[in-house]
Design a protein around this ligand. Structure first.
Ligand code: GDP
Length: 199
């Protein structure tokens, strides 16, 4: 699959803004700075798409991008900056739970984790929500250009082991090394999206 056309559709803060128009959606979640905007731009061949709504200090929203006129890529707010207060974290958690509860057409979640790093508590929380709400997920191991090609597989296996050891549940997921600057993993992630939206 290729994304030939992508544009900003809407932003929402809570379930009342949910588009609810029957188009399937794939959501993207990750720690701030993990490379989420860059990956969305890379997948859509649009250098600016996901940066548009990304300004520090602005209210964090859920952004919908319409792709190929037929499905949505959903950019969930980045999480886990050390300076984020407990009340901000609570409101993020509430927003995510509302989203999962409302997102009737959510087909899969792409969780982005830096290939070099251990999953954070927030990453694991996202995986728990996906499991709880019955949403399939994959891990995009970002910034894979930082690791020699011969070692990427090893890093991905190590990350899968971390996740499995940290969560006491049966999980089935793929880990795909990606890099927007190194142009790595695009076909695989788009293949996953195509499979999950089932269009
Ligand atoms: P977001 O906060 O998750 O949306 O992250 P951004 O996409 O804005 O990227 C955060 C920083 O990581 C920026 O400085 C990017 O240039 C850098 N970055 C993003 N993707 C990659 C990548 O694939 N490789 C490398 N080396 N850096 C990247």
């Amino acid at each position: 699959m290729e994304i030939k056309k992508a544009s900003f559709h809407t932003s929402m803060k809570n379930a009342s803004g949910y588009p609810n128009d029957g188009k399937p959606e794939i959501a993207f979640a990750g720690k701030s700075n993990v490379g989420k905007s860059s990956l969305i731009n890379f997948l859509t061949n649009n250098g600016k798409l996901a940066y548009v709504s990304k300004q520090p200090g602005k209210t964090r929203l859920i952004n919908y991008f319409l792709a190929n006129d037929s499905f949505y890529l959903v950019d969930l707010p980045g999480y886990g900056f050390a300076r984020v207060s407990k009340s901000e974290r609570d409101s993020w958690a509430e927003m995510m739970e509302c989203y999962f509860a409302a997102a009737e057409y959510l087909r899969a979640l792409v969780i982005l984790i830096d290939i070099r790093h251990k999953p954070t508590e927030d990453d694991l929380q996202m995986i728990e929500w996906a499991a709880h709400f019955g949403v399939p997920f994959m891990v995009a191991a970002t910034k894979a250009d930082k690791i020699a090609k011969s070692k990427r597989y090893h890093y991905a296996v190590r990350m899968a082991k971390h996740i499995e050891a940290s969560l006491d549940m049966d999980l089935e997921f793929e880990i795909i090394p990606v890099s927007s600057t190194g142009r790595i993993g695009k076909e695989k992630v788009l293949g996953y999206i195509e499979k999950m939206i089932g269009l």
